[in-house]
Design a protein around this ligand. Structure first.
Ligand code: ATP
Ligand code: MG
Length: 324
């Protein structure tokens, strides 16, 4: 059976971009694959943060993942820093990763350009990510489009390590994308990202979702209510494709092209579709929040399971590399 691994940073609240691009897919794939899902807190400390916030966000992320449908009875769900072998393997991969490849990564260039002083962790981030995946020798990685370049580098790292030590030990992990592989923020100018503050949270109350949806950017050609639009260039239409049923999506496109609806009408229908999917998730989260001991138990069990597998990998890696 193929093994899947994927991670999410506790750098903010789980948003609908994370959900549509990755987490919803995880909930589906866990039925057919041996699955590992990781809250990657060592990745999240590469940007400025407050320790108490990180702790709270890590727990809240766990609640959101379970509410979104991850099932601890079939998947292993854990926190990265509870399994020290992630950073141990990352150091080893540091020794086979070309600096030029790291400097070429779009996410590095993007995040570094917004910082006055750039920590080395931002540059080395994809090395730790390769270690996360390859520690469990996973071959499939369900992620959003922004992670495709990092995964190419993970494959390169696996190839280089295998070639250097003459062992076919690590698989070359492949990305697995969803149709909603890149959700834009509601201002339409950048990818929806936890660190950009342009998100709609998965657990956000309906009135707050509407407050964000109402002023959201649509097709700029629709200046007046009577101006027809092009659904394909509108972020709201793309959200309909993710949340609404096929008949509604078709209807939305017709109403947009003919100026039958104004953008507010279109957004009201989107809100309905979103709430149909998000209401039960929000309810499950409320139940989970009332049982923090259950969250702690699941995390401890996940980490125990991972530590055993991680130690096995590291023993094999060290033997092959001539480390004692
Ligand atoms: P940060 O801004 O801290 O990097 P993020 O919102 O990009 O946060 P990550 O934790 O880096 O979230 O990524 C978690 C998963 O969500 C990854 O698989 C990533 O590809 C996916 N993802 C993130 N943003 C989007 C988006 N806007 N559309 C689709 N998928 C996304
Ligand atoms: Mg990200």
């Amino acid at each position: 059976m193929s093994r899947i691994f994927s991670g999410i940073q506790p750098s903010g609240e789980l948003h609908i971009g994370n959900y549509l691009g990755a987490v919803k897919n995880w909930a589906e794939l866990q039925r057919s694959y041996e699955s590992f899902f990781c809250i990657v807190d060592y990745h999240a400390i590469t940007i400025p943060y407050e320790p108490e916030d990180l702790r709270a966000r890590t727990r809240e992320m766990m609640v959101s993942l379970l509410a979104a449908g991850l099932d601890p009875s079939t998947s292993t769900i854990f926190v990265q820093s509870m399994v020290p072998e992630h950073t141990e393997l990352a150091w080893i991969f540091n020794s086979v990763t070309p600096l030029g490849e790291l400097e070429r990564q779009t996410q590095y260039k993007d995040k570094a350009s917004r910082m006055e002083s750039v920590p080395a962790g931002i540059l080395n981030y994809p090395i730790l990510q390769a270690a996360d995946i390859l520690l469990y020798r996973a071959d499939l990685v369900p992620v959003g489009e922004d992670q495709v370049q990092h995964l190419e580098l993970s494959r390169e790292i696996a190839r280089r390590w295998n070639a250097r030590f003459g062992a076919e030990f690590f698989p070359e992990p492949q990305a697995k994308l969803t149709p909603a592989r890149r959700i834009m923020g509601l201002d339409g100018s950048a990818k929806m990202s936890k660190s950009m503050g342009n998100t709609v949270g998965l657990l956000e109350p309906p009135d707050s979702v509407w407050e964000k949806l109402r002023p959201a950017v649509t097709d700029p050609a629709r200046v007046r209510r009577t101006d027809p639009g092009t659904p394909e260039v509108c972020n709201i239409y793309h959200l309909h494709k993710a949340f609404s049923d096929a008949a509604t999506v078709d209807h939305v496109a017709v109403q947009c092209r003919s100026a039958g609806w104004g953008c507010i009408d279109c957004k009201k229908v989107l809100l309905e579709s979103m709430l149909r999917e998000l209401d039960p998730i929000r309810e499950r989260a409320r139940d989970l929040q009332a049982h923090p001991e259950r969250i702690a138990e699941i995390l401890a069990a996940g980490a125990d399971r991972c530590r055993v597998m991680a130690r096995e990998t590291m023993t094999a890696v060290k033997t092959i590399m001539g480390l004692l």
